[in-house]
Every structure is written in structure tokens, then in C-alpha cells.
Design a protein around this ligand. Structure first.
Ligand SMILES: [Zn+2]
Length: 199
């Protein structure tokens, strides 16, 4: 746009040619610098947008990770005396809304551990009650806490396929694997009965 206007002005007064030529050059240079600045701003804007999109994506992944985390209120401590008279077996029971993989431990006062044995096993199918024996009230030492280390389901597990895309490891390499999510529950004593150590 600039150059034709100046060219027209030059045609009217040829003596301005050099000065005008200089202005054209300056103008062109200014436009170039302007373009570079605009281009630079565009790159910066694009980078900022990408950074912002990355941040949003990370926030969303972190939120999904939290939303998928197993919750304490999915579990209950129950006493079951139905199988063998005069025993008070304390269990952890729970029902999960989606299939998880899980390894767990009973943690005793002082920090010693023993593996948490869960029915039906390492794979905990969605909608199926899981059950883990904890101790026999009044007979065996009660654990202080239960630690459950959860991972998303893996392919061919029962239920809807799902995963967590936050970037943390999604599969256990063994019983000791740090969980994708870790849930620690303080073991609740039986509400009544022959159990006395909790008094
Ligand atoms: Zn996650």
C-alpha cells in the first residue's frame, strides 16, 4: 500500500526522487521490522497458547488422576463370626466402581508388614465385593493399618477398559511396586465382643 502512493508523489516532483527513495527504503524497512515484530509476537503468542494448553492438559490429567483414585468410603471393616462359632474374624470389605489391580499390606505397630490377602486376588473386578482377612479379634495381633497400592486395570481385565494418563506407572512390577494410587486405612476395631486389646 505504501509504495504506490509514494511512487505517485514522486511522479509529480522528480526532484524528490532520492529523498522519496530513502523514505520508501525506510518505510519498507519499517514494515519489515514491523513484520518481524508481529511474527515474533505471533510466535510468542503461539508458544504462550501452547504453554497454556499444556498447563490446562496437565491440570485436567491431574484432576482425572484424583477422580480415579480409590476412596476410603468404598471400604468397610466388618466382623464375621458366621463361618466358625466363637471366632471374630475381622475383615476389610469393599466394592469398587471400576476394575483395579491392587497389592496391599497389613502394617503392624512398629512398622512390620505382611501381605494383604484379598479375595478374589490381585485383580479386583468392578461391582464385585472384595474381602481381605485382617485378624481374629482377641486371638491374633491386629494390624494398625491396611495399605493398598492400586493400579488401573490392564487389557483383558473384566469390566470397561480404562486407564489413567497422568504419566505415573500404570502397572505393578511386583508386590512391592509403589502404587499408582496408595490408600492407607486405619484398621477399625470391632464395635463389641471379646476383643480387649483395643480398650
Ligand atoms: Zn494417574
Amino acid at each position: 500500500m505504501l509504495e504506490p502512493v509514494i511512487a505517485h508523489w514522486l511522479a509529480e516532483d522528480a526532484s524528490n526522487t532520492d529523498v522519496a527513495g530513502l523514505w520508501v527504503a525506510v518505510g519498507a524497512a519499517a514494515i519489515s521490522v514491523g513484520s518481524l515484530v508481529v511474527a515474533g509476537l505471533s510466535v510468542r503468542h503461539a508458544k504462550r497458547s501452547a504453554d497454556a494448553a499444556g498447563r490446562v492438559a496437565r491440570v485436567e490429567l491431574a484432576r482425572d488422576h484424583r477422580d480415579l483414585a480409590p476412596r476410603a468410603d468404598w471400604f468397610n471393616f466388618v466382623t464375621d463370626s458366621s463361618k466358625r462359632v466363637a471366632q471374630n474374624d475381622r475383615f476389610l470389605v469393599g466394592t469398587l466402581p471400576r476394575t483395579y489391580r491392587m497389592h496391599g499390606d497389613l502394617i503392624f505397630e512398629g512398622g512390620s508388614r505382611s501381605p494383604l490377602v484379598v479375595t478374589p486376588g490381585t485383580t479386583l473386578p468392578a461391582g464385585t465385593e472384595i474381602r481381605a482377612w485382617l485378624f481374629e479379634a482377641g486371638k491374633t495381633v491386629a494390624p494398625a493399618e491396611v495399605e493398598m497400592r492400586f493400579f488401573p486395570a490392564i487389557s483383558n481385565d473384566p469390566g470397561e477398559p480404562w486407564t489413567c494418563e497422568c504419566g505415573e506407572a500404570i502397572a505393578a512390577t511386583g508386590h512391592e511396586s509403589r502404587g499408582h494410587w496408595v490408600l492407607r486405612l486405619k484398621v477399625e476395631p470391632p464395635p463389641s465382643g471379646p476383643w480387649v486389646a483395643w480398650a
